[in-house]
Design a protein around this ligand. Structure first.
Ligand SMILES: CC(=O)SCCNC(=O)CCNC(=O)[C@H](O)C(C)(C)COP(=O)(O)OP(=O)(O)OC[C@H]1O[C@@H](n2cnc3c(N)ncnc32)[C@H](O)[C@@H]1OP(=O)(O)O
Ligand SMILES: O=C([O-])CC(=O)C(=O)O
Length: 398
C-alpha cells in the first residue's frame, strides 16, 4: 500500500475485494479451491472436463442427459470453421500463438451477428451467452491444435466424433490417438486451469462485460491479459527456464546467477496463495504419471531440484504453471502452445464470469489519485510556424 497525501492506494488492487462471486472460492488459509462448492482435486480426479465446464456455467454437475447434450453440442462445433482457418492462415508463422488464438476468437465474434445491429444489443441474453460460451469452448481446441500443426508444417487434422473432449483435443493436435494415461493427465490439467476467481484475465473479462460489451470482446481482452508472463504466460516461461538449466545438476549454479541478476523465477509465487498453490499437488501427481509413462526421470529430477532449491532460499512456492509446463512438454506440445492450452480451459471460467457479471452488473470504474504536474496554462504557447514547416520538410532545406 502506498500513501498519497489523502488517499491510500492498493497498488495492483492487492487485497481489494472487488465484488462477490459464486463461481469459485480461493482460500489461501486452507490452501483450497472450490468450483461451485466442489474441491477442484475431486473434480480433477473424477470428472471429464465437459462436466466441469457445465458445472461452472450452470452451477451444478450435469445429469447423464445434460452431459450427453453438452457433448453433442461440443461435437457439432469442434471443426475449424473455414473463415477462422483463413484468418489464421493470413498470419505470419512467427506470430505468437496467443495472438493467433486472440485473432481467431475475434473472427468468431465478428461472425456471430446476433446482437451486432446495435451496441445496445451487444451484451446478449443469458441464453445467447450460454450458447456462445459452449460454441467458443468447442471451437478453441481446433484453433490451438491447428496453430501448432501449421507451425510444424503439418496438415489440419479433422475432429473425431467418437472421442470425448480431451482425447479429441490430443487427436487434433498430434494426429494419433493418445494413451489413456496421457488423456487423463491432460483432462486433469484442463480442470485445474478452468477457473480461479478474480485473477487478472478474468477481471479483465469482467471489466469489459461491465460496459455492456459482448462476450467475445471480453474473451479477446482476457486472452490479452493471460498472455503476460506474470499470469498465464508463465507456463511457457517455465519451459524456457527448464531448457536454459538443462539438467538437475546445474540448478544451483543457474539459480545463483539468476537471483544475482534479480530475475523472477517463472512458475513460482502467487498473488493470493503465499504458502503454496492448491492445484499444484494434483498437477504434480499428473506430471509424475507422465514422467513414468514416458520414462523421463530427468524431468522429475530437474523439477524437484529447482523447486527444492528455490523454496529453501526464498520461501516462495510453485504455482500451477510450474508442473503444467513440463507436463505439456512431455505430452508433446510445443512450448509456444502451452498458454493457448490455458485459454482453451479458462474460457469456461471467463464466460461463467461474463454471465455472472451481466446478471448483476455495475460499471467497473475505480478512482485514481493524481501525481502529475500541477495545473498550468497555455500562456500563448504556439509552435513557431517557420520552425514547424522546416521540421516537416527537412529535405527541402538541403
Ligand atoms: C496461473 C497464474 O497466473 S499463477 C502466476 C504465474 N506467474 C508467475 O509464475 C510469474 C512469477 N511470479 C511472480 O512474478 C509473482 O509471484 C506474482 C506476479 C505471480 C505475484 O506477485 P505479487 O503478489 O505481486 O508479489 P510480488 O511480485 O510483489 O512478490 C513479492 C516478493 O517476492 C518476490 N517474488 C515473488 N515471486 C517471485 C519469483 N517467481 N521469483 C523471484 N522473486 C519472486 C518479489 O520479487 C518480491 O520481492 P521484494 O519484496 O523483495 O520486492
Ligand atoms: O489467481 C491468479 O491470480 C492467477 C492464477 O492462479 C490463475 O488465474 O489461475
Amino acid at each position: 500500500m502506498t500513501e498519497n497525501s489523502t488517499v491510500q492506494i492498493q497498488k495492483g488492487l492487492a487485497g481489494v475485494v472487488a465484488d462477490m462471486t459464486a463461481i469459485s472460492k480461493v482460500n489461501p488459509e486452507t490452501n483450497s479451491l472450490l468450483y461451485r462448492g466442489y474441491p477442484v482435486q475431486e473434480l480433477a480426479a473424477t470428472q471429464p472436463f465437459e462436466a466441469v465446464a457445465y458445472l461452472l456455467w450452470n452451477g451444478e454437475l450435469p445429469s447423464a442427459e445434460q452431459l450427453a447434450e453438452l457433448r453433442a453440442e461440443e461435437r457439432r462445433h469442434r471443426a475449424l470453421a473455414d473463415n477462422v482457418r483463413a484468418a489464421i492462415d493470413l498470419l505470419p508463422l512467427s506470430a505468437h500463438p496467443m495472438d493467433e488464438v486472440r485473432t481467431a476468437v475475434s473472427v468468431i465474434g465478428a461472425s456471430d451477428v446476433s446482437g451486432a445491429g446495435s451496441v445496445l444489443d451487444a451484451a446478449g441474453s443469458p441464453e445467447e451467452n450460454l450458447a456462445r460460451s459452449v460454441r467458443l469452448y468447442a471451437a478453441l481446441p481446433a484453433i490451438v491444435a491447428y496453430g501448432q500443426r501449421r507451425r510444424r508444417g503439418e496438415q489440419l487434422v479433422e475432429p473425431r466424433d467418437d472421442l470425448d473432449y480431451a482425447a479429441n483435443f490430443l487427436w487434433m493436435t498430434f494426429g494419433e490417438e493418445a494413451d489413456e494415461v496421457v488423456v487423463d493427465a491432460f483432462n486433469r490439467s484442463m480442470t485445474l486451469y478452468a477457473e480461479h476467481s478474480f485473477n487478472a484475465s478474468t477481471f479483465t473479462a469482467r471489466v469489459i462485460t461491465s460496459t455492456l460489451s459482448d462476450l467475445y470482446s471480453a474473451v479477446v481482452g482476457a486472452i490479452g491479459a493471460l498472455k503476460g508472463p506474470l499470469h498465464g504466460g508463465a507456463n511457457e516461461a517455465v519451459m524456457h527456464i527448464f531448457d536454459e538449466i538443462g539438467e538437475a545438476d546445474k540448478v544451483v549454479a543457474w539459480l545463483d546467477e539468476a537471483l544475482a541478476e534479480k530475475r523472477k523465477i517463472m512458475g513460482f509465487g502467487h498473488r493470493v496463495y503465499k504458502r503454496g498453490d492448491s492445484r499444484v499437488p494434483t498437477m504434480k501427481a499428473a506430471l509424475d504419471t507422465l514422467v513414468e509413462h514416458y520414462d523421463r526421470p530427468d524431468v522429475a529430477a530437474l523439477y524437484d531440484a529447482l523447486e527444492g532449491e528455490f523454496v529453501s532460499r526464498k520461501g516462495i512456492y510453485p504455482n500451477l504453471d510450474y508442473p503444467s509446463g513440463p507436463a505439456y512438454n512431455l505430452i508433446g506440445f510445443d512450448t509456444l502452445t502451452f498458454t493457448p492450452l490455458f485459454i482453451a480451459s479458462r474460457v469456461t471460467g471467463w464466460t461463467a464470469h461474463v454471465m455472472e457479471q451481466t446478471a448483476s452488473n455495475a460499471l467497473i470504474r475505480p478512482l485514481s489519485a493524481y501525481n502529475g504536474v500541477d495545473e498550468r496554462h497555455i500562456d500563448g504557447y504556439v509552435p513557431d510556424a517557420e520552425a514547424l514547416a522546416a521540421a516537416e520538410r527537412p529535405e527541402e532545406l538541403g
